[in-house]
Design a protein around this ligand. Structure first.
Ligand code: LLP
Length: 447
C-alpha cells in the first residue's frame, strides 16, 4: 500500500498488513528492534537508482559529462564503494573525506578536492594519494600548492573555483556563489581573472578548468543558467590569456523534497537547463565544449535515507503545545536548528491510523531549540512508538555531533528485504577514545 508522504521516502516505501512502514522490503519496526534507535536507514536500490539517473540524464544530453558525488552530504566506506560502483567520481572537502575514499581504494584520478582552507598537510596528503584535481579556492592556496608541487617536482592539475555573484534564493547559510562569500575568486571584483593569470604562470600548476557552486538546495532552474552564462563569459575572455577550458563545473545544489508542499524539479530538468545553457553559450562564445562535471550531494543521499526514532516522554501543555520527545534530535540532525529546515514525519507503526492531533517532535538534547518537526498532525502517540522522518540521508549523519555526550546513531543499508549494518552505533567507550588522564586513558588507568 502506498501513502501520502511516499514521494519523500525511498522508492518502494510501503505499508504492510500490520500497518507498519516498510523500507527496502524491511519492516521499520523490526529494523528498530534489531538495530535500536535512533537509526538511519539507507535504501540501496534507491541510492543506486539516483546515481544512475544522474549519470544517464546528463550523459544523454551531453556525453562528455561526469557525475561527482559530493561526499560532504554523507560519506562512509560503504557509500564510497557504492558510488564508485555506479561510475561516479568523488568531491571531497577535507583530508578526512579523502581518507574514507582511500579506505576503499577509490581511484585517485576520480577525486576532486574542494575547500576554502585546505591545509598544507591536507594538500600533501592529496598529492601523496595522487589525487586527480585540486579545486583551488583562493590566492593563498594557489601559492601554497605551487610551492608544494615545486618541492615535489610535479605539476598538479587544478580547477579554479570562481564566485559568479548569483543569488540562488536559498538559506543565507547555504548560499555560496554571491560576492559576499568566503568561497572562490569573485568574478565581479576581478579576482577570478587575476587568479587565472597567476595559475597560468605557475610552473607547478596545470590549470585545466573552472568551477563554481551557487548554494544549496536550489529549487529554481534559472540560477543555474545565469551562473553558467556568467562563468563561461569570464572563461571565454580568459582563454585568450592561456586558460585551457577542458573541464567546467557548475557544482551541485540540486534540491530534494523535504515536505510535500515543496517538491524539486526532476533530475532531467536540471540536466536540461545545465547542458542546453552550456552548449548554447559555448557556441555563442566560439569555445569548444568542455567536459561537464556536476556535483550532487543532497540529491543522491537525501531521499534514500530515513531516520527512525522512538517516542519517550510526552508533555502536553493544554492550549499551548504538546511536546513528543524522541531519542535523537539535534545531535543527529542539526538542520532544523541551524537552517529552520522543515521535515515531514510518520508514525511508522501506525501508518493506517489517521492524523489525530498536532504535536511537536522534540529531541533529547538540552536545548530548547532542539526540535525536529514543529506542529505536525500525527496519530495519537505513546511512549515506545516509532517515528520515521524521510529525506534524512544528506547532511544529517554527516553533520552529527556528540553533544551532551550522546553516541551517534547506527546506520543500516536495506534492500530487497535485507538489512546490513554499515556503521555501528557509537558506544560510551568510543566517546572517550581520544581522552587522556595523567594516569592513562579513561577506563584503562595504570595500563
Ligand atoms: N559542490 C560544492 C563545491 C559544494 O560546496 C557543495 C555543497 C556541493 C557540491 C553539494 O551540494 P548539494 O548537491 O548537496 O546541495 N549543510 C547544508 C548544505 C551545505 C552544502 C555545502 N556545499 C544543509 O544541510 O543543507
Amino acid at each position: 500500500m502506498s501513502f501520502e508522504n511516499a514521494v519523500l521516502f525511498p522508492d518502494g516505501a510501503a505499508i504492510n498488513d500490520d500497518g507498519h512502514l516498510v523500507l527496502g522490503g524491511c519492516d521499520a519496526i523490526e529494523l528498530a528492534s534489531e538495530f535500536g534507535t535512533p537509526l538511519y536507514v539507507f535504501d540501496e536500490p534507491t541510492l543506486r537508482g539516483i546515481c544512475r539517473s544522474f549519470v544517464r540524464e546528463f550523459a544523454d544530453r551531453y556525453p562528455n559529462s561526469r557525475v561527482l558525488y559530493a561526499s560532504k552530504a554523507f560519506i562512509s566506506p560503504a557509500l564510497a564503494r557504492l558510488v564508485h560502483e555506479e561510475g561516479l567520481g568523488l568531491d571531497v572537502v577535507s583530508g578526512g573525506e579523502l581518507a574514507v575514499a582511500a579506505a576503499v581504494d577509490f581511484p585517485p584520478e576520480d577525486i576532486y578536492f574542494h575547500g576554502n582552507n585546505k591545509s598544507a598537510g591536507e594538500l600533501e596528503y592529496a598529492l601523496d594519494y595522487g589525487i586527480g584535481r585540486i579545486v583551488v579556492d583562493n590566492f593563498h592556496e594557489l601559492r601554497l600548492l605551487n610551492d608544494i608541487g615545486g618541492r615535489r617536482r610535479l605539476v598538479q592539475k587544478i580547477l579554479l573555483r570562481v564566485s559568479p555573484g548569483v543569488d540562488p534564493h536559498t538559506h543565507v547559510h547555504t548560499t555560496t556563489g554571491t560576492l559576499d562569500s568566503k568561497f572562490g575568486f569573485s568574478i565581479e571584483s576581478g579576482d577570478a581573472a587575476e587568479a587565472v593569470r597567476r595559475a597560468v604562470g605557475a610552473p607547478s600548476l596545470d590549470l585545466i578548468g573552472i568551477h563554481s557552486h551557487l548554494g544549496s538546495p536550489i529549487f529554481e532552474l534559472e540560477p543555474f543558467a545565469i551562473g553558467i552564462d556568467t562563468v563561461l563569459t569570464l572563461a571565454a575572455d580568459m582563454v585568450k590569456e592561456g586558460l585551457k577550458l577542458e573541464e567546467f563545473s557548475p557544482g551541485g545544489g540540486f534540491a530534494i523534497g523535504y515536505t510535500r508542499d515543496r517538491l524539486p524539479p526532476e533530475v532531467g530538468a536540471y540536466a536540461e537547463v545545465i547542458t542546453s545553457t552550456l552548449k548554447a553559450r559555448c557556441a555563442d562564445l566560439g569555445i569548444a565544449g568542455p567536459k561537464l562535471l556536476i556535483e550532487p550531494g543532497r540529491a543522491v543521499a537525501g531521499r534514500p535515507g530515513v531516520a527512525l526514532y522512538t517516542v519517550g516522554a510526552i508533555k502536553d501543555i493544554p492550549g499551548v503545545r504538546k511536546y513528543v520527545s524522541l531519542d535523537g534530535g539535534m545531535g543527529d540532525n542539526i538542520r532544523p536548528a541551524l537552517y529552520d529546515a522543515r521535515y515531514e514525519a510518520v508514525a511508522a507503526g501506525k501508518m493506517t491510523d489517521g492524523p489525530a492531533e498536532t504535536v511537536t517532535l522534540a529531541g533529547k538534547y538540552c536545548e530548547s531549540g532542539d526540535v525536529l518537526v514543529r506542529d505536525i498532525r500525527l496519530p495519537v502517540l505513546e511512549p515506545g512508538d516509532l517515528i520515521a522522518i524521510p529525506a534524512s540521508g544528506a547532511y544529517a549523519p554527516a553533520m552529527a555531533s556528540n553533544y551532551n555526550s550522546n553516541p551517534r546513531p547506527a546506520i543500516v543499508m536495506v534492500g530487497n528485504g535485507n538489512a546490513r549494518l554499515i556503521r555501528r552505533r557509537e558506544t560510551y567507550e568510543d566517546l572517550m577514545l581520544c581522552d587522556i588522564l595523567e594516569d592513562g586513558r579513561p577506563g584503562q588507568q595504570g595500563s
